[in-house]
Design a binder for this molecule. Structure first.
Ligand code: MTE
Length: 323
């Protein structure tokens, strides 16, 4: 039997935070197995013993120099809280995927850069990470599920990578793709999701100073559950845009369709800019629950980063920009 967990009043029930068809399907499937969500999460966490800790050849790059331009209005979320409350559906659909995510094999790790570029190439992560100076930035992260966290990410601006790729003038968007390996990532055996995880931004968004390729956090290489060895972070957008464990970066003419948009286009769109005034079809986005403190605070337009990004959307129909 499932153990019953009483939710604090501020917590969104999973059925509100998970796309409905996914939730309903998953429930009926789990019911078929006589399992509830709690049992399923425990199974996922024990599905494979964590791989032995390999020495990380990039550990010498951290701590990276702090960029003082990025300040926070609230404390940094403790690492043990952020590191145990994740969305990484490749390793399970609960928040407790940290143990299962240790199965992620991050070496060797190559990233393909292709599409509309002068010359497509593949580069090893360990080479890419040494191409640009790393810096530490304190960023807020606002999930579409109405919780937020603050993280000292380390990495380099996405625009440096765009410069390395030398896109052609015909490239309008950057498309990111996560690995596809159901043997390693048990969640990818689920037929409920259109794997692999994909996300995309416009070229102008990719060139914005805030768009950041994360390679580290908390003064060390980024943890597997946060999307090692490299992930995106777009602090003015809902968290699902910040794709983890990137394997392929393509410059394309057509707007990419992300995993969530492909699954539920009426709820998750391409832009996904944070806007407290535009509700998700099933819940309000006016406030957010701060991880660790549980405080409920007002959500800010563009997650508080309007000065840096509002000009990207000048002249566009605002009603289309927040989904
Ligand atoms: N990237 C991949 N590949 N798979 C995922 O499931 N989840 C997204 C995003 N990137 C996700 C992903 C969502 S919904 C959020 S909120 C953030 O990662 C969570 O990042 P965190 O676990 O490091 O807090």
């Amino acid at each position: 039997m499932v153990s019953v967990h009483r939710r604090p009043s501020w917590e969104i029930a999973e059925r509100f935070a998970t796309p409905e068809p996914v939730f309903l399907n998953r429930r009926s499937i789990l019911k078929g197995f006589g399992l509830g969500m709690f049992a399923a999460a425990s199974l996922a966490a024990t599905a494979g013993a964590p791989a032995a800790q390999e020495a990380d050849p990039t550990a010498d790059l951290y701590p990276a120099k702090k960029n003082e331009a990025y300040k926070l209005d609230r404390p940094i979320t403790p690492e043990e809280i952020n590191g145990n409350y994740n969305n990484f559906y490749e390793f399970g659909s609960s928040k407790s995927i940290a143990a299962n995510a240790q199965n992620l094999v991050i070496r060797p790790w190559e990233i393909a850069v292709d599409g509309l570029v002068e010359k497509p190439f593949t580069i090893a992560f360990d080479d890419l990470v040494r191409k640009f100076p790393l810096e530490t930035r304190l960023y807020r992260h606002r999930c579409v599920e109405a919780w937020s966290m603050t993280v000292p990410w380390a990495g380099f601006p996405l625009k440096s990578l765009v410069g390395l790729a030398k896109p052609l003038a015909s490239a309008k968007y950057v498309r990111f793709e996560t690995f596809l390996d159901p043997d390693m990532a048990s969640g990818q055996n689920s037929f409920l999701y259109p794997w692999p995880y994909i996300e995309g931004v416009t070229i102008a968004e990719a060139a914005n100073e805030l768009a950041f390729i994360v390679t580290g956090a908390y003064d060390k290489p980024v943890a597997k559950q946060h999307g090692a060895p490299l992930r995106l972070h777009l602090p003015w957008k809902y968290g699902f845009k910040s794709i983890k464990s990137i394997r392929r970066i393509s410059f394309v003419e057509e707007r990419p369709v992300g995993l969530w948009e492909a699954l539920l286009p009426s709820e998750y769109g391409f832009w996904a800019n944070v806007n407290p005034e535009v509700s998700h079809p099933r819940w309000s986005q006016a406030t957010e629950r701060v991880l660790a403190t549980g405080e409920i605070v007002p959500t800010l337009l563009f997650n508080g980063y309007g000065d840096q990004v509002a000009q990207l959307y000048a002249g566009m129909d605002p009603s289309t920009l927040y989904m």
